[in-house]
Design a protein around this ligand. Sequence first.
Ligand SMILES: Nc1nc2c(c(=O)[nH]1)N[C@H]1C(S)=C(S)[C@@H](COP(=O)(O)OP(=O)(O)OC[C@H]3O[C@@H](n4cnc5c(=O)[nH]c(N)nc54)[C@H](O)[C@@H]3O)O[C@H]1N2
Ligand SMILES: Nc1nc2c(c(=O)[nH]1)N[C@H]1C(S)=C(S)[C@@H](COP(=O)(O)OP(=O)(O)OC[C@H]3O[C@@H](n4cnc5c(=O)[nH]c(N)nc54)[C@H](O)[C@@H]3O)O[C@H]1N2
Ligand SMILES: [Mo]
Length: 768
Amino acid sequence: MSRLPLTTNHWGTYRVRTENGRAVGMEGFEHDPDPSPIGPGILDVQDGPTRITAPMVRQSWLEGGPGTATERRGVDPFVALSWEELEPLLATELKRVIETHGNNAIYAGSYGWASAGRFHHAPSQLKRFLNTIGGFTSSVFTYSFAAAEAMIPHVLGSFREFLNTTTSWDSIAGNTDLFVAFGGVPVKNGQIDSGGVGVHVQRSGLEKAKAAGTEFVNISPLRSDMLDEMGAEWLAARPNTDTAVLLGIAHTLLNENLHDRAFLDRYCEGFEPFRAYVTGATDGVAKDAEWAAEIAALDAQTIRDLARRMASGRTMISVAWSLTRQDHGEQAFWAAIAVAAMLGQIGLPGGGFGFGYSASNSIGGHYSQMPGGSLPQGEKGVADYIPVARISDLLLNPGQEFDFDGQRMTYPDIRLVWWAGGNPFHHHQDIGRMLRAWRRPETIVVNEWCWNAMAKHADIVLPCTTHLERSDISFSQRDPYIIAMEKVSEAPGLARDDHATFRGLARSLGVEEAFTEGREPEDWIRWIYDVTRQRVAEQGREMPGLDELRETGWHLNPPPDEPVVMMSAFRADPVANALKTPSGKIEIFCQTVADFGYDDCPGHPVWRAPIEWLGAVGRYPLHLISNQPTHKLHSQLDHGSVSRGGKRKGREPAILHPDDAAARGIAEGDIVRVFNDRGACLCTATLSDVIRPGVMQVSTGAWYDPAVPGDPDALCKHGNPNVLTPDRGTSRLGQGPTAHSCLVDVERFEGVPPAVTAFDPPEIIHRG
Ligand SMILES: Nc1nc2c(c(=O)[nH]1)N[C@H]1C(S)=C(S)[C@@H](COP(=O)(O)OP(=O)(O)OC[C@H]3O[C@@H](n4cnc5c(=O)[nH]c(N)nc54)[C@H](O)[C@@H]3O)O[C@H]1N2
Ligand SMILES: Nc1nc2c(c(=O)[nH]1)N[C@H]1C(S)=C(S)[C@@H](COP(=O)(O)OP(=O)(O)OC[C@H]3O[C@@H](n4cnc5c(=O)[nH]c(N)nc54)[C@H](O)[C@@H]3O)O[C@H]1N2
Ligand SMILES: [Mo]
C-alpha cells in the first residue's frame, strides 16, 4: 500500500506527493473507484500571487477608522501588517462595537462550506471565539435547501433524519422499476459531500440500478442531469413547474383510482383537503394533466402515462435540492411526498421518495450515521438570528420586521460583519443589491487564504492556512470513512490556522484561557476524536485509537448489514414509530402551517406561479439555471488549474440551445452578455441541445469580477450568475434563497471584451 500522506476535503480523499515541503501531486484514495478530479486544483494556487500571506487592512479604514469610505470596499489598496500590529487594532474595534452597540451588532452567521477537518472548521472557530466575548447575531439553515429545512419538519417531523436515511442504491437495484428524477441525478454533484468523502458511490449506484432493470425518467431542463448510459426518458418541463407536474400526476392517480387509500388512511393526515384542491372542489380549477401540461409545457398524455407507470410498479421519486432554491421552494418537496403517499410505497424497498439522489455523495449511500464530535461553540450570548439567505435584508433594513416559519422577527442593527469559511460573493443572490448592503457595516472582517471577491471587499483580511497545511481528522455524519489528515506543507508568510488567529485575538482581549480551555490544537483533535469514538462505542461499534488511526490513515465505519430503506420502521408500526408531527403521521395537510395564515404557503401543497419563470409575461425571455459547477465546489479553487480548465476564453461557459442562439445571432464560442434589470455578466456561448429551448445555464462559482470595482451596477467580466439572480425569500415560511427563479436575456458582446481580472490580487502596500 502506498504510504503517501492522506488529505481530505469535501470533494474526496487523496494521497499527496510532496517535493521540498510543497505538495506537487495528488492521487485519488486507493479505495475510491471514482475519485473527483477537483482536488488537485489546489496544487498550482497553494502559493503565488492569489495567496494571502499577511494580515491586511483596507487603507481608508486604517487611516480614517471604522466606517470610513465604505463605498471604497473593493477599490482601496490594502496595507500589510504584522500580527502584533493587527491584534490590538481589531481587539479595540471589537470592544468599541460591543460597548457602543451590543453584541448583537456583530453578524457572524458566517455561512459557508469552509474545509473538511473537524477541528480546523473555520466557522466553528469564529463562533466559539465570539461566544467567549458575549456572542453575535447568527443565522439558521442553509443555502442548499432552506425551504425544506423549514417545511419538511411540519410534514414529516424532521428533515435531516430523512435526508440521512435516504433509501440506498442497493435497495433501489433489484426493487425499483421506475426512478422518476425531478432535477435528474446529477453525478457532477455527487463528487461532493460536506465534511469529506471516502469513496464515491453515485455512478456505481446508478449503474447497479440500471443493470438490475430500473428505468429512469429525467424531468429537468438539462438532459445532462442524467448520465447518458441510463437511457432515461427526458421530460424537459419548464423550470420551476415541478409542483404543477406532481399535482397533475396526483390528479390522474385520483381520477383513475390508482391511489392507495389504505396507506393514506393509516399513515397520513389530511388527505381530504389536498384531494379537494387537486380535483378543483375548493377553487374550481381541476389540477388535471391538461392543466399541468399547460403550465409545464409538456404533453398531457405524457403526464398521464407517467402517473400510470408510477402506479404500476415500484417507483422511487427523487426531488433535487435545486427545487427548493426557487420561489415557493417549499412546495415541490411537499407535493412529491403527497404523490409518494398516494402511491403507498413509502417504507418499502426501492419505493417512496428521496431528497436529491446525487445532490451529494451520501444521498443513496450505504453507511451507518456517525454521531461525530465537533469543536464546542460555547454558550450563545445573543438570541438574534436570521434565516441565512436574508443577509442583504438584514444589513439594509435594521429594525424592520419580517415573517419566518410562524414567527414575527426583527432585524438587529449590524455594525460589524465577520466571515470565516464562507463566501457571500459566491453564495448570495443579487450581488449588486448585496454590495449596497455591504456598505452599511462599519467594519467587515474576513478570514481567507486566497484573494477572492470577498477578501477584496473586506476591511480586515486575516490570512489562514489550507487543508494541506494542518493535521486534523475528518469524518462526515453521512460517510463511512474516517481520515487522519496529515499536514504536508508549511503555510506561506504569516498565514496561520484560524484557531491560532482567534487564540491571538482572545489573548489581546484577555480571554485566551476561556477560548482554549487550556488545550493545544493536538489536544482538541484528540478530544473531538475521543468523543466520537465513545459515541460510536455506545452504538456497539469500535473505532481504533487516534494513534492507530494515524498509522493506517483511515478507518471504515462498518455500514449496516441490510440496505437502508427510509421510513421502513414507520411503515412496520406507525404507532410505535410515529413521526414527530402533531398527528404522528405524514401531514399532507398541516394545521400548524395553515394557522400561520401565509397566502404564499398554505396548509397543503399548492401551485403558486413563481415570480420569474417562462410562463411570466415580461421583458426577459430566457430562464437562467445557475446550478452547481462540475469543476469545483462553489467558488473554491476557481483560480486553480482544474476549474480554469473548464472555462472558455477565460470566462464561464453559458449553455444555450442552438435555436435561442440563432435567434440572437450568437455563434459557438462568442463572448455574450447575459443581462436583466439586476445586472449583467460576460460568458462564453456554448451551444448544445442538452438544454431545453428557452433555458440558459451558467454554473455558479466564477469569482465576481466587476468591470468598475466598487460599483454595484458593474458588469461582471467573468460570468458570476449571482449578479442576475433575485434576492427574495421562497415564502414567509421558509425565507430560503430563490436563485433558480431567474429570467434573463443574452446578446453577443460587440467590441473588445474587457480582460478578466478576477484572479489579480488587489494593490498591496508594504510599510517599512
Ligand atoms: N446562483 C446560485 N447561487 C448559489 C447556489 C446556486 O445553486 N445558484 N447554491 C447555493 C448553495 S447550495 C450553497 S451551499 C452556497 C455555497 O456558498 P459558500 O459555501 O459560501 O461557497 P464556498 O466557495 O464553498 O465558500 C467557502 C469559502 O471558505 C474558504 N475556506 C476554505 N477553507 C478555509 C479555511 O480553512 N479557513 C477559512 N477561513 N476559509 C476557508 C474558501 O476559500 C471559500 O472562500 O452557494 C449558494 N449560492
Ligand atoms: N461539483 C459540485 N458538486 C456539488 C456542489 C458544487 O459546488 N460542485 N455543491 C454541493 C452543494 S452545497 C449542494 S447544496 C448540492 C446541490 O445539489 P442540487 O440542488 O441538486 O444542485 P444543482 O446543480 O443546482 O441542481 C441540480 C439540477 O437541477 C436542475 N434544475 C434546476 N432548476 C430546476 C427546476 O425548477 N426543475 C427541475 N426539474 N430541475 C431543475 C438543474 O438542471 C440542475 O443541474 O450540490 C453539491 N454538489
Ligand atoms: Mo449547498
